[in-house]
Design a protein around this ligand. Sequence first.
Ligand code: C2E
Ligand code: MG
Ligand code: MG
Ligand code: MG
Length: 283
Amino acid sequence: GATWRQRADADLYDAKRRRRGLVPASLDTPEAEELLRAITDGELVVRYQPVVELRTGRLAGVEALVRWQHPERGLLAPDTFLPLAEATGVVDLLGARVLRAACHEVKAWQDRTGCRASVAVNVSGAELASAAYPARVLRALDDSGLAPSDLVLEVTETAFMDVPTMDASLSTLRRSGVRIAVDDFGTGWSTLSRLDQLPVDVLKLDKSFVDRVVPGAGCTPVVDAVLALARALDLEVVAEGVESAHQVTALRDAGCDTAQGYHLQRPVRLEEVDVSRAVHAAA
Ligand code: C2E
Ligand code: MG
Ligand code: MG
Ligand code: MG
């Protein structure tokens, strides 16, 4: 499968080609046609991974992660089809479907359970490059009834640096109450020099940093430094890819707000999300 770096490179490549006015990769291959058909036929489904507040163990939110429920090949992970979606420009349509599904499903789930967890949706550079993007998000919120403050948009560092019009779009959405997260923080084209000016609320500490938090010590100097940076800039931190109890303890003791990872819960259907320890809306 594609690594984050391959995905980032694909994003960058695509955005650069668009800027030069080159046409996107052909939709005229059987694979691309099948993907487009799958999206329009509703074969994409969304799984949700809990984001847990480390001090209290409460559910803070969920991240929406797309899957392709393929009729023959089963449930496919995004690394098997996102690169093609990006190269063909179909990712725009894919993103719109996931956004709408996530807003509607999470709102219905909130109403069923009384739980006010937020939902984070991954956004591609291609979607953000479109001037219509903020309106699309506001319409999805409006149609679903989800509160803007219950939506987080996750943007990778690379997309941040590569789409010049993005700050304006994200600022517009942020004024409506939507929160913005920098995904895979620390791995991309560094946003560090602009971090204090970017319209962001959350840093998602990439799994590669969390992987290096091993028993025998606290957090690593880099993790400690990112946590200090986030505190100084008043940003929330979500640690990604937490796979051990040790990592939970070390991150919590270092002052990390929230985390997600297989040790806490894998991406699941909303009905399978453990809301028992979640914050319940006052009756
Ligand atoms: P991401 O946004 O960084 O999402 C986190 C990925 O790490 C997810 O992979 C999740 O299942 C996985 N993960 C979570 N905890 C652990 C752990 O403890 N160990 C390990 N090994 N992995 C963990 P997934 O679902 O395969 O998604 C991969 C990437 O695909 C995402 O990375 C995101 O960049 C992209 N993606 C997913 N859904 C969408 C979408 O709807 N739109 C767009 N544009 N991109 C999406
Ligand atoms: Mg993400
Ligand atoms: Mg991430
Ligand atoms: Mg990541």
